[in-house]
Design a protein around this ligand. Structure first.
Ligand code: AMP
Length: 586
């Protein structure tokens, strides 16, 4: 084991180290934590501190703490720390040395080689500086790989067929998007774009500004002058942001923030996910603009992308997922931890170089979406059974997510909660897996908030609870076999999906047709596609479950292309469906 090579993600906000052992990727933890904050500082006693401790002191002693050193890599500059000047390479080397030490501790042997990841846009000078940082830390950098490449490798290095993958990487301070082609473990970055001044820290800042305004309005005090209070608000803002990734509301409580003219200033405020999402909307729009620039760079449109991989802690923000789903029409992957997939990819690359066997790193995910129905709109018209996804397909298990709903009329004293499993925007076309009623709600005007929480574990047990926000009154049910239940009834539900797809689509298609036919003739491809769908439907009863699933997916894709009049997009799924039909008929 002497030639072990470790994989390192040397990040702007956090850094991590991983190795492959017995074919498994292991991210090495520092105590409990797998992420080492990329902070270096000097403490009260003049000792160098790294990671969490340095990060904690940053808010209070920014003058003796260095953060985001990655931004300075490759620049001919010096950074002062406790009266001494250091190059960016030297500061990065301190972080690398800690990671090397963690790996050595874990492995029980010395380590001298590493694969280190760098952003795709890094220049030669920045790459050279990273190599030097490794050398200073006593690590020979056997290879430097691009971060999106590493992320793609973590997702399955061994799949043979070629796939176009969009890697959306939103961290604390930077945003990068890359379009990559991956085939048999070889990853090629086709284009990338980004903004190195956009990230989760900006989201925190929006909440901070909002809270400052709230305190100003309540107490007429400008907190900006008080650095300790500002530090607490900044921390509370980030905590609230993290909570809002899981729940529709976050309660922010900071007692005795400061004293102003003899009055104690307390911060007690509830922030809703909806209000928060509005605050960060411009940032999310900016990331989507960058996505389109990257697509253009690769001469692609959204329909050329087969998969989306999310990287970076900020991609846990639910609306990012939703916006990407809307933009691309399919769910981004989230099987591999967004914070760790770059390190894991680096470790896989390191193992490949060292000639080690690597197993897949994919973990358990939910194959279906779980949610409820609510009054909303479908195809632009009001509809009482709009499907509201809560736990999305492909999320890592166990998983727990909440969303808020409101009563729809004054004095409404009960709500019916129905839980569905499926992907159709019309809840009635999904599989109903449970229902219950919450009674005795407050006698108040419409808009009484009910928080619905779904928790799905690895055994397929789905806990569903509904809570009246103002009283805390709660009712819950447990649905066993939420994963296998679908398997058991998959024929029925797949049929339901097919039928609903066709039944559902027919009127729309006819409507489109009657409009479209007046304007332009139906393309031959569309006619072929429709005939193919009819044929597939006829064969559906006699095929295996696996083929059924494939057929359903293809029919869905083809139907979407027909609806969007995307003739080009029809080519690939038509060929695939023809292949299946040919195989079934022969
Ligand atoms: P990274 O640079 O990838 O380590 O990402 C760090 C950023 O991700 C910070 O701004 C974190 O506040 C943010 N972050 C981490 N976890 C979450 C979460 N659950 N929801 C939203 N943002 C998160």
């Amino acid at each position: 084991m002497s030639d072990i090579i470790i994989g390192i993600d040397l990040g702007t906000t956090n850094s991590e180290v991983a190795v492959v052992e017995n074919g498994q990727v292991i991210v090495i933890a520092d105590g409990e934590k797998k992420m080492l904050p990329s902070f270096v500082g000097v403490d009260d006693n003049g000792q160098i501190i790294i990671g969490e401790t340095a990060r904690n002191q940053y808010l209070v002693y920014p003058e003796r703490t260095i953060k985001s050193i990655k931004r300075l890599m490759g620049q001919d500059t010096q950074i002062e720390l406790a009266g001494q000047d250091y190059t960016p390479q030297e500061i990065s080397a301190i972080i690398l040395k800690r990671l090397k030490g963690l790996a050595e501790n874990y492995l029980g042997q010395s380590v001298s080689k590493a694969v280190i990841t760098v952003p795709a846009y890094f220049s030669d000078a920045q790459r050279q500086a990273t190599r030097e940082a490794g050398e200073i830390a006593g690590l020979e950098v056997v290879r430097m790989i691009n971060e999106p490449t590493a992320a793609a490798l973590a997702y399955d290095a061994r799949q043979a067929e070629s796939r176009h993958v969009l890697v959306y990487d939103l961290g604390g301070g930077t945003f990068d998007v890359s379009v990559v082609n991956i085939e048999s473990g070889v990853v090629e970055v086709l284009s990338s774009h980004g903004d190195n001044q956009l990230g989760g820290d900006d989201f925190d800042q929006q909440i901070v500004l909002y809270l400052l305004e709230h305190i100003q309005d309540t107490y007429q005090v400008d907190v900006r002058q008080h650095s300790k209070a500002m530090a607490r608000i900044t921390r509370a803002a980030e905590q609230a942001k993290l909570l809002l990734s899981e729940a529709p509301y976050a309660q922010i409580e900071e007692e005795y923030l400061l004293e102003h003219e003899g009055v104690a200033i307390h911060l007690s405020h509830e922030l809703s996910r909806m209000a928060y999402e509005e605050m960060i909307d411009d940032y999310i729009n900016a990331t989507l603009d960058a996505v389109h620039i990257a697509l253009k760079g690769a001469m692609f449109t959204t329909s050329d992308i087969d998969e989306i991989i999310l990287v970076g802690g900020s991609t846990r923000t639910p609306c990012i997922r939703e916006r990407l789903l809307n933009e691309f029409g399919f769910e981004p992957h989230s099987e591999v931890d967004a914070d760790l997939c770059v390190t894991m990819g680096a470790a896989i690359q390191a193992a490949m170089i060292a000639g080690q066997e690597v197993n897949t790193v994919l973990v358990d995910v939910t194959p279906y979406t779980y949610g409820t129905s609510a009054i909303g709109s479908l195809d632009g018209a009001p509809y009482p059974f709009m499907f509201v996804p809560i736990i999305h397909k492909n999320t890592v298990l166990p998983n727990r997510k909440s969303d808020a709903f409101a009563t729809s009329y004054d004095g409404q004293d009960a709500v019916e909660i129905t839980v569905y499993q499926g992907e159709d925007p019309d809840a009635l076309n999904n599989v109903k897996i449970g229902e219950f009623r919450v009674e005795g709600l407050l006698d108040v005007a419409s808009g009484n908030v009910i928080t619905l929480t779904l928790g799905l574990d690895l055994n397929g047990i789905l806990q569903v609870s509904a809570q009246e926000k103002d009283t805390g009154m709660e009712k819950s049910i447990t649905i066993k076999n939420a994963l296998s239940q679908f398997e058991g009834s998959s024929l029925q539900s797949a049929q339901q999906r097919i039928n609903s797809l066709l039944g559902h689509m027919d009127p729309r298609v006819i409507e489109h047709e009657s409009l479209a036919e007046k304007e332009l003739p139906v393309a031959a491809e569309i006619t072929t596609a429709r005939e193919l769908i009819t044929k597939a439907e006829g064969l559906f009863e006699q095929v295996s479950r696996e083929d059924q699933e494939d057929m359903v997916d293809l029919i869905e894709t083809i139907s979407n292309c027909i609806a969007a009049k995307d003739i080009q997009g029809l080519d690939a799924p038509i060929v695939e469906l023809q292949d299946i039909i040919y195989y079934l008929e022969s």
